[in-house]
Design a protein. Structure first.
Length: 213
């Protein structure tokens, strides 16, 4: 997908966002079966957080998206693929500021140098393990950003093509036990990494927005 076409499509986000691919959603495969239990966001004291969904043009003019592989250590999201982001802090003006600050800390994003413009928000999601309500902040960069991974948080930075997450893009079905939960879920393959869970959900929803008539 050409970045110029993507930017034109995202000039105004739809009032109602399309749903991500159903097969990407993790499903509990233990004795009881069915989807993992969830708690409505308005019934939990979820902490606010934001991630930056940053799209930029590569040298050929194709649209790419910034993802990170988290360092492997103790923690809920150790070793997973995610967007730059984290919890909101009192000094942040809003959740867009949270996402940009976290991206500066994690991948040394210089928003001004890259010509970053915040487009809007994608659908919020709740992470039960860490009890965060996360807002994906969608942003476009005029130029490819010069990124450097923070060694304390990011093992490496990857920038797959956004075309790899359109509705007809392939993904694999995985069955494995995650933190004691037997799960089945859909996952994208990116540079030898498995992209699943909330990150895959956001990418799939964004792909659906870009493919909509």
């Amino acid at each position: 997908m050409r970045f110029a076409d993507l930017a034109a499509r995202l000039a105004v986000l739809p009032a109602t966002l399309p749903a991500p691919a159903e097969a990407l959603m993790p499903t509990f495969t233990g004795p009881a079966g069915g989807r993992l239990p969830s708690v409505p966001l308005d019934r939990v004291a979820a902490r606010p957080a934001a991630v930056l969904v940053l799209l930029f043009p590569d040298e050929a003019g194709d649209a790419r998206v910034v993802l990170t592989e988290r360092v492997t250590r103790d923690g809920h999201h150790s070793g997973e693929v995610s967007f730059p982001g984290g919890r909101a802090e009192a000094a942040d003006a809003d959740l867009a500021a949270t996402a940009l600050r976290e991206a500066a800390e994690e991948v040394a994003l210089d928003a001004a140098a890259a010509g970053v413009n915040v487009v809007g928000e994608l659908e919020k999601f709740w992470i039960p393990a860490s009890n965060y309500e996360v807002t994906p902040i969608l942003a476009l960069a005029e130029r490819r950003p010069d990124l450097v991974a923070s060694p304390d948080e990011v093992a490496r930075i990857v920038a797959p093509r956004m075309a790899d997450f359109l509705p007809d893009a392939p993904f694999e079905i995985v069955e494995q036990t995650v933190r004691g939960w037997p799960l089945r879920y859909g996952a994208y393959r990116v540079d030898g990494l498995s992209v699943w869970g909330a990150t895959a959900r956001v990418l799939s929803q964004l792909g659906a927005v870009l493919a909509a008539d």
